[in-house]
Design a protein around this ligand. Structure first.
Ligand SMILES: Cc1ncc(COP(=O)(O)O)c(C=O)c1O
Length: 401
């Protein structure tokens, strides 16, 4: 895949120019955190000012707060292809995974099947859940899949068939693997699980998919589809969401309980048998930072102005494909994938004596930012729609040294 520099730079420039973070560095850590565009920061500021004008704690401010919460829930639910009552607001990916996870109705002896590419925080929550409730753990191998979408999808489903047992009650699988960048066939996995006698729950970490690739089909098929606004969506840190299946909303208990989980938030009724909302709000807790919501919505609007979801994904892949090709053609640089990436994540290994963390530091000293990963040991660079061909050239040159 080749790129047309002029076309890219023209298309990408609008949003790029609005991101101060991109003005003084060569940035490839979108999978870690996206840059916050100035209009999003201004929207946060304006919302915060409005709250101070109306409140902060007055009868006048509550309609504004309610409108902010409702419109944000609506926007995120629509992006996930679920109705708003199935979209809980959260602070980050991890809490979106863990709050509903711990409320699922597990029985002693149930098995959790976790892919070998999950994020340490989510894995740790599963391990501790298993320890406390007498559950067992099993691994779904996906880390070794480095080929085309078709072969990967087939291998994931075969791997699932081989690792599911009669006791499996939950499968944990990211939509986009944060280390290799492979896309997992979430809807097909959900279909398979539906045919299993236990109909295991499907928890999907959407940290690397939300606002990068189309997510509606996967989000609507999963039981728990948790994402954050601060990575590919280029929103502020501290705000995310989780799309929940109807059965999770109905069957899972609230875990970290607070006034927002309650049907009647004004009083704690000691005799109430079922005081909790029977929608996504049972997983919301208490006071959170409302001004962030305007910021995330603004960032999502700005992304929309750069093209449709499909067009943006295509552009991201054109850029990651160009980087992958350059790496592939360079002695001593080995991309993890055997084919051009289907997302913006490009992981690679260097045949050099330096450790990846040292490479990250060396490139950082030149104002060029990528990250290293521990498993598999590698470097990871991410392209977003704001990435330029010049940046890809600089990265390639710096890695080739
Ligand atoms: C796949 C994946 N899951 C979870 C996380 C943690 O995200 P958060 O801090 O929003 O919970 C990350 C962050 O890098 C991630 O890449």
């Amino acid at each position: 895949m080749t790129t047309n520099p002029a076309a890219h730079d023209a298309i990408a420039s609008n949003l790029r120019l609005q991101c101060p973070a991109l003005a003084n560095k060569t940035y490839f850590n979108y999978g870690g955190q996206g840059p916050l565009p100035t209009p999003a920061l201004e929207a946060i500021h304006a919302s915060w000012q409005r709250i101070q004008q109306l409140g902060p704690f007055t009868g006048d401010v509550w309609p504004f707060i309610a409108a902010e919460v409702n419109s944000t829930r609506r926007v995120l639910a629509e992006l996930c292809g679920v109705p708003p009552h199935r979209l809980a607001l959260s602070e980050n990916v991890t809490s979106g995974c863990v709050l509903p996870l711990w409320g699922l109705p597990f029985d002693n002896g149930d098995e959790l099947l976790i892919s070998d590419c999950e994020h340490p925080g989510v894995v740790a929550a599963c391990v501790e859940l298993a320890r406390r409730y007498g559950l067992s753990l099993n691994t779904l191998p996906v880390k070794h899949l480095r080929g085309t979408a078709a072969t990967t999808d087939q291998a994931v489903l075969e791997g699932l068939d081989q690792t599911l047992t009669a006791q499996t009650r939950l499968v944990v699988l990211s939509h986009v693997l944060w280390n290799t960048g492979q896309i997992m066939p979430i809807a097909a996995v959900a279909d398979r699980l539906q045919q299993h006698p236990q109909h295991p729950y499907l928890l999907v970490d959407a940290a690397q998919s939300f606002a990068q690739i189309p997510v509606q089909q996967a989000a609507a098929a999963a039981d728990i589809y948790a994402f954050t606004g601060h990575k590919w969506a280029c929103g502020p840190e501290g705000l995310g969401g989780v799309a929940l299946s109807e059965r999770v909303v109905q069957q899972a208990n609230p875990t970290v309980i607070g006034w927002r989980s309650l049907k009647d938030e004004s009083r704690a009724d000691l005799s109430a048998v079922d005081p909790f909302h029977h929608d996504s709000r049972r997983f919301e807790v208490a006071t959170s930072c409302v001004p962030l919501m305007a910021g995330l919505r603004r960032s999502l609007e700005l992304l929309d102005q750069e093209g449709t979801e499909a067009e943006r994904w295509q552009r991201i892949c054109l850029l990651s494909g160009a980087l992958w090709q350059r790496l592939q053609q360079t002695d001593g640089l080995n991309p993890l994938l055997e084919v051009p990436p289907a997302t913006g994540l490009v992981s690679l290994q260097r045949e050099a004596r330096t450790k990846p963390a040292e490479d990250v530091q060396r490139l950082g000293e030149k104002g060029l930012w990528i990250r290293d990963l521990a498993d598999p040991i590698c470097l990871r660079a991410c392209t977003h729609i704001m990435t330029t061909d010049e940046e890809i050239n600089s990265l390639h040159a710096a890695l080739s040294l």
